[in-house]
Design a protein around this ligand. Structure first.
Ligand code: F3S
Length: 755
């Protein structure tokens, strides 16, 4: 990992000066989040005080992580950038596509077979372009990142919402869409609205049944699923210092469930211990030397109300274990109140399955504490009444817990170890003993619990809790069981009580692994061939979009005038389409099929102006494309809100839509359209939306003098021969206009890389 350590050293060398400069321009002490943000500005040394929640700022993240589902399109796009290697250290992780069914070995073999073409592509493209590749079975992206790559004070983006897990090691780590990952790997800056800051002060010390998970379950109850939106959550106080590094990771991980941009903790002894224990004593030593840069200033933590936009205080000594759910992670129940809530709401009392592990909770500490309960239960003649499974976060954790006899402990109460992968957490779970629609309750140590998340069954009531509480509830088989107060009847008919769990933060004998499942990239990848089967249904190499021909856009047809909400889900649906996310032609068959046609109020039913017939949106668009006719999509307010998926911008571009004209855009989608070389325009007068008619032929005039802040003219030729001229605004800057002219941002990068 020499490449990484050199990068970290270089970062640490420049941080003190940048932070000093930031303090000067901001004119006050800084939080940790601000120190990290200001030391990663693309402009270098800070010269401007940015406004939280308002300023859009360009950053240079230190690294990129991708999981196998989202990496496919990101890497297909990256191949277009014309670079020999990625610009920053990057990794790809095969964790999302492994189906949990019978147990680790069989499930892993089955996945290797079913997903062979995806794995072959990812392995070869990683090898060629200098990307670290973690094979199927190596582990879950966020656990592997924490064990190998996260470092205090670093900034990382990752193509998965729980990238935020790396905040446990003092990073600013943010989940993004594939398009952002492509930019950073291609050497471009990455833009983020400067976040607001929420401070969470932790006092006291946890004990007994309470664990780090309960901190975030409590915070979720306070802030709700939206309360963290646009914010970084920074934890501090003596309670924060008492939490293990992996415990901090758990808390940051579930920051995604409150909508937070990310969460983080200041560098401390617990982080240093974790770094040493995972073979990175050099990073700990380097971090010690600039420790002040890796913590918020003392003045900030002494008077947090002055420096954070919102402050929450939690006393860990009084914190009860929590169980949150069902169907939403912010429905928080202290364990003492759970039984009442279950009865009052009529939720299924019996626990059908308890699942521990996942990227959220599979640390050595989590496993040892849960195993201590399993061991106790076996000694007290108890078995798990519910189905019980353990998903290790990485092969390193799995190997170490096996070596230390912990898997045997789970075995004694009927626990099954699943593959080191996402499995049931992402719905990759074939349940053998449960009907498809059967009402039932499950309790997991995962992070998300919305309907259908784990097993596709809308009647599965998903609850989230710490692994210790999940284990206790699985042993009891009842959601109404409170292990702090209640007894259980064992196989001999005796009443027994579980003692509080005990565990170890880090393995006494150190971590061990025989084969971590890592493939280092080739030093020189120029001779490596990227493997894509030309007949594949799931993967397709991309071709560059054509450059602008230098003329105004004329004789375009209206494809659809979308009415009301049109999110990226309406533009590019998920569900069954996800399997095509590496194949642009195939996934384009879902383009705009969820959008409501203004003229007939139907979805996926638009008029083909060439034939007068109504048909599906993708088929109609393909018919125009076959005739060489470009089209325009018209939309309503906040067009393209929702996930940042880049397919929603790539599909229209691929099928020949040239412009999207709306009342207003969701910003990320607007930028994604610009990156793909599309025209993203807004009505200067929103009432002009009414002027768009079903049989319109449309021209966009003014492109030969396309400039920032200069509106374009849209000419609508209606079927009756009348003409309307309206104004369209845009937010293109010089660079984005260059993207449009080149045909896409990647085309421009490629041209620049040639020079
Ligand atoms: Fe995977 Fe679930 Fe984490 S899907 S990355 S284990 S949130």
């Amino acid at each position: 990992m020499a490449f990484d350590f050199e990068m970290i050293q270089a970062k640490y060398a420049e941080m003190p000066e940048r932070i000093e400069a930031a303090k000067k321009v901001v004119g006050r002490p800084l939080t940790l989040a601000e120190k990290i943000l200001y030391s990663h500005l693309a402009e270098g040394t800070p010269t401007t005080a940015y406004k939280r929640g308002e300023s859009y700022v360009d950053f240079n993240p230190d690294r990129v992580a991708m999981q196998d589902a989202t990496a496919q399109m990101a890497l297909l796009q990256f191949m277009q950038a014309g670079r020999a290697k990625v610009a920053v250290p990057s990794t790809a992780h095969c964790d999302h596509l492994i189906q949990a069914k019978s147990g680790a070995d069989a499930d892993l073999e089955a996945a290797k077979d079913v997903n062979k073409e995806v794995y072959d592509f990812l392995a070869s493209v990683s090898n060629k372009y200098g990307i670290g590749f973690w094979k199927p079975g190596a582990g879950i992206i966020h656990q592997v990142v924490l064990e190998n790559y996260a470092f205090p004070g670093g900034m990382m983006i990752g193509t998965d919402s729980h990238t935020v897990n790396a905040g446990g090691l003092g990073m600013i780590a943010i989940g993004v869409g594939g398009a952002d990952a492509v930019d950073v790997m291609a050497g471009m800056p990455w833009e983020l609205k400067f976040p607001k800051l929420i401070g969470v002060k932790l006092t006291g010390k946890m004990g007994g049944w309470t664990s780090a998970k309960d901190v975030i379950l409590k915070v979720a109850g306070i802030l709700t699923v939206k309360g963290g939106t646009g914010c970084i959550v920074e934890y501090f106080g003596e309670g924060a210092d008492s939490l293990s590094c992996t415990g901090k990771g758990t808390i940051c991980n579930m920051g995604a469930e409150i909508g937070a941009t990310t969460s983080t903790f200041s560098y401390d002894e617990k982080m240093a211990n974790y770094l040493r224990s995972t073979g990175r004593a050099d990073v700990a030593e380097a971090a010690d030397k600039i420790a002040d840069c890796l913590k918020g200033d003392a003045e900030v933590y002494a008077e947090p109300e002055k420096y954070f936009d919102q402050v929450i205080e939690i006393n860990l000594s009084e914190l009860e274990p929590h169980v949150n759910g069902p169907f939403t992670p912010d429905l928080a129940h202290p364990i003492s109140e759970l039984a009442k809530a279950v009865k009052e709401n009529g939720w299924p009392e019996e626990v059908s399955a308890g699942l521990i592990g996942s990227c959220t909770n599979s640390s050595y500490e989590d496993i040892t504490r849960s195993a201590s309960l399993a061991r106790q239960a076996a000694e007290k003649n108890l078995k798990a009444k519910a189905e019980y499974s353990i998903t290790p976060g990485s092969e390193q954790v799995r190997y170490t817990i096996e070596r230390d006899g912990l898997i045997e402990d789970f075995d004694k109460i009927g626990g099954v170890v699943l593959a080191n992968a996402c499995g049931p957490c992402i719905g990759q779970w074939t349940r053998i003993n449960m009907g498809k629609d059967e009402r039932n309750s499950i309790v997991t140590s995962f992070n998300r619990n919305f309907a259908k998340r784990n097993d596709g069954n809308p009647n599965t009531h998903g609850f989230v809790a710490s692994p210790e509480i999940v284990t206790a509830l699985a042993i009891a088989g009842k959601m109404t069981f409170n292990p702090l107060t209640d007894t259980l009847t064992n196989e001999n008919g005796e009443e027994v009580k579980l003692d509080p769990p005990t565990g170890m933060e880090l393995p006494e004998k150190g971590f061990a692994v025989e084969d971590a499942g890592y493939q280092a990239p080739a030093e020189d990848g120029s001779g490596v061939e990227v493997i894509v089967n030309p007949d594949s249904e799931r993967l397709q190499l991309l071709s560059a979009f054509s450059a602008w021909d230098g003329n105004d856009l004329k004789d375009m047809k209206l494809l659809i005038k979308a009415k009301g909400k049109c999110t990226t889900d309406h533009i590019s649906m998920a569900g069954p389409w996800l399997k095509f996310r590496g194949h642009l032609d195939n996934i384009s068959n879902n383009m705009l099929i969820g959008a409501v046609n203004f003229f007939n109020e139907k979805t996926d039913c638009v008029k083909n102006q060439l034939t007068g017939e109504y048909g599906a949106v993708p088929a109609t668009q393909r018919a125009y494309k076959a005739q060489g006719i470009a089209t325009v999509v018209v939309g309503d307010e906040n067009y393209g809100e929702g996930s940042s998926r880049e397919h929603a911008a790539m599909e229209p571009r691929f099928l020949g839509v040239r412009a999207v004209l709306v009342k207003s855009f969701a910003r990320i989608h607007e930028t994604n359209l610009k990156k793909q070389g599309m025209l993203a325009l807004t009505f200067a007068d929103k009432n002009d939306y009414e002027k768009i008619q079903e049989d319109d032929t449309i021209a966009i005039v003014g492109l030969t003098d396309f400039q920032p802040n200069k509106p374009l003219t849209v000419v609508l030729r209606h079927a009756d021969g009348s003409v309307d001229e309206i104004q369209a605004n845009h937010t293109y800057n010089e660079n984005q206009i260059a993207w449009f002219k080149a045909g896409s941002a990647l085309n421009l990068i490629k041209e620049q890389n040639k020079k």
